[in-house]
Design a protein around this ligand. Structure first.
Ligand code: ZN
Length: 276
């Protein structure tokens, strides 16, 4: 399998919110997505980055607050559909999109891929189904981003089919074999959002990537076990689980130095990975 790490757009936010003790300056948070080209399953994505739909969906109040909280910059050539052409791929070539969680910066381009199956942990979307529109903002959920045929194209992860993970993944003990061939292993990373899923992926040269989504916004948070400012706890459904996940990531990072740990919004990490 070939793996490419890309991003579509970025938002800005204060560093001291993203990491405890961070500087009082605004930094960029690129919206990462990954392209997997699998010999059997073809082209697949992990998340999608931003698309222009984010701006359409946040025109009116109260959703306009979303835009104010995280001002977004997006260039046309960065759109996932446009970057695919570099790889000789068309939008309809994407067979699966693995969704880490349903915050807008991870799903805005879902409607651009007409043939993709959507793979995610059931509780990542389950709690959003029953929300009234007035509760959307509390969950950073923009329901207009969900394609109208979302349910019929969904392939929820069967959470009754966990696999025991080898020492190679410690301290993560159980996961999900997302394609049945062990090429993509999903693990739950609780705390930041309901049912957040990270993915282990190995490329054809044997390099292992661990996509940790928003379990940490910056690699430095993992290395130093430094969570965000406590004001960010208001955004998280389970701040205590967030801390536990961050600690597990730190343990993993130091015991598996050969694995590329990739948070979805860490600019330094993503820039380094895009050059690989
Ligand atoms: Zn995010």
């Amino acid at each position: 399998m070939k793996i490419n790490i890309l991003h579509a757009g970025y938002c800005t936010a204060p560093e001291h919110i993203a990491i405890h003790g961070g500087r009082w300056r605004t930094i960029h948070f690129p919206a990462m997505f990954a392209l997997f080209r699998h010999p059997q399953f073809g082209a697949m994505l992990f998340d999608t980055g931003y698309s222009y739909r984010f701006f359409d969906e946040t025109k009116k109040f109260p959703k306009r607050f979303y835009r104010w909280m995280t001002p977004v910059t997006l260039h046309e050539e960065e759109l996932a559909i446009n970057q695919l052409s570099t790889f000789d791929l068309r939008p309809q070539d994407i067979s699966h999109i693995f969704i880490s969680h349903f915050h807008a910066d991870h799903i805005t381009a879902l409607p651009d891929f007409p043939a993709a199956r959507f793979v995610y942990l059931p509780h990542a979307f389950g709690h959003l189904r029953g929300l009234s529109p007035s509760e959307d903002m509390k969950h950073a959920f923009l329901r207009g981003l969900i394609p109208s045929d979302f349910d019929s194209r969904s392939q929820e992860v069967d959470i009754n089919k966990t696999i025991l993970l080898s020492e190679e993944y410690a301290p993560f003990k159980t996961g999900y074999d997302l394609l049945g061939d062990q090429s993509l292993i999903g693990v739950e990373l609780p705390g930041h959002a309901h049912g957040q899923m990270g993915i282990f992926a190995r490329d054809e040269s044997g390099q292992v990537f661990f996509f940790v989504a928003d379990a940490a916004w910056l690699k430095q948070s993992i290395v130093e076990n430094r969570p965000p400012h406590k004001v960010a706890n208001f955004l998280f459904p389970d701040p205590e689980a967030y801390r536990k996940t961050l600690k597990d990531l730190q343990t993993f990072y130091f015991t598996h130095p050969e694995t590329h740990v990739v948070p979805s919004h860490c600019e330094a990490t993503i820039r380094a990975m895009e050059k690989l």
